[in-house]
Design a protein. Structure first.
Length: 259
């Protein structure tokens, strides 16, 4: 099995200049045009590979980003100085937020603060980037393996709010290095699954602003199509390739991803 790193996976080396305040202007991706999109308050819970690079890109696009991790705001000083994001305790990351990104290991989801989304916007969209690695990291989760829940459905139950599954199969460095303007033949597409159509539309618009196309992967009960070891997981292709890969997925959980 090919090992995928740089998503919500066992940590790998961070790619790119850690002091860069803006992502590279790749293939004419114009940040000034992107900033015409309405500025949003965004909370990011988890500052690893995906969370850190989303913080870099979203602040560069002008969004008001609060970022949290399990170790406390004092450990996020360097990221805050680099990006202008506001480091906060995890229980405060969602305050006033229109979008909240939960990007922590699955085993850590039940330990997130109660009332995690208290004070968020009424129509907050919650992005779940999580992946289940029972052997490498998370241990066996009965709800996923015995009840047959998709990974994101299990996460929904833990936090008590619908989620939109996105970025779970995206290499973290691609968030910095592979944005492209709409219509570019090399523009990557990301699968996005969720039951709340308004929340899913908001997340897809944000991903478009970041420089990627999206493919609607259905509801959260369909999100097995983009879980680890599926054809779309880690795929660097456009809309046609992602759509084909989603259709080729099997609902059977691979043996390597059982606890």
């Amino acid at each position: 099995m090919k090992t995928r790193r740089g998503r919500n996976s066992p940590p790998g080396p961070r790619v790119g200049d850690p002091h860069r305040r803006e992502p590279p202007d790749v293939a004419g991706h114009d940040l000034r045009k992107a900033r015409r999109v309405s500025i949003m308050k965004i909370g990011i819970i988890g500052a690893g590979n995906i969370g850190g690079n989303l913080t870099r890109r979203l602040t560069a696009l002008g969004h008001d980003v609060s970022v949290a991790n399990s170790r406390g705001p004092h450990t996020l000083t360097a990221l805050a100085e680099e990006t202008g994001a506001t480091p906060v305790p995890a229980g405060e990351a969602a305050r006033g937020a229109e979008i909240v990104v939960v990007t922590v290991p699955l085993k850590a989801v039940p330990d997130l603060p109660s009332g995690l989304l208290d004070g968020a916007a009424d129509d907050v969209a919650v992005i779940d980037t999580g992946n289940y690695y029972p052997r490498e990291r998370d241990g066996r989760i009965a709800g996923i393996e015995d009840e047959g829940l998709t990974e994101s459905r299990w996460t929904e139950r833990q936090i008590g709010h619908p989620v939109v599954k996105a970025f779970n199969g995206t290499y973290a460095q691609d968030i910095l290095e592979r944005p492209r303007p709409a219509g570019d033949p090399d523009r990557m597409a990301l699968p996005v699954a969720g039951d709340d159509e308004a929340a899913k539309a908001k997340v897809r618009a944000l991903i478009d602003e970041l420089g990627f196309d999206t493919v609607d992967a259905g509801g959260i009960d369909d999100s097995w199509r983009q879980q680890p070891d599926t054809p779309v997981y880690g795929l660097r292709e456009g809309v046609e390739g992602v759509t084909k890969a989603l259709a080729e997925a099997s609902p059977e959980r691979p043996a390597a991803f059982r606890g």
